[in-house]
Design a protein around this ligand. Sequence first.
Ligand code: ADE
Length: 232
Amino acid sequence: MRIDVLTLFPEMFESPLSASILKRAQEAGIVDIHLTDIRSFSKDKHNKVDDRPYGGGPGMVMMCRPIFDSFEHVEKLALEKPHTILLTPQGQPFNQKKAIELSKEKRLILISGRYEGFDERIRIGLGAEQISIGDYVLSGGELAAMVVIDAAVRLLAGALGDEDSSKDDSFSEGLLEYPHYTRPEVFRDMKVPDVLLSGHHAEIEKYRRDQALKRTKQNRPDLLRDNPPEDQ
Ligand code: ADE
């Protein structure tokens, strides 16, 4: 997969991209990530990329020209047609289903904005999907882009050490994940549940399923309402 990110702050991406799974996936050639500074496409002598909103109101709006120019520049750097995403609190909520969908794309272009938002013609003209990572407002789309990249890349074949380890993730079956334990068996009087030490695989599986359901009911009843498990 190839991912291009258009941003005013490429340096914000350096550390998340140079550690752990994202680092390994790039080194292994599973994903190729390129950062492009939108400001370097400004034609203005002050490198301006934003301007006041028509109709008045607070804040500044990201201008069309530098984003269209940077987009058209990176679009030509590879043959595959990109799936283009604008990170904005106005977008559809990001979730595991969307991460799985994006992980199947050959090529993504993510556009991170700053200020009040994007000129509407950017979304229309680039045919971009709008994605929000949650109902809160960040200072810009960079952290949101990193969230989307991380969630999608870890699903690519070979990105995780153990091929199976994304299968049981929270949300992948519409449920939160069951609780985990590792050594020691007792820590500060808290004991690992006996069933997990029993070696009885069917019982362990049942225990985990029950725990996943209980946790989901308690913490995220909305998940059960929206997507009831088949055996319930
Ligand atoms: N930019 C600012 N806030 C955001 C959010 N919640 N999701 C995506 N992009 C954003």
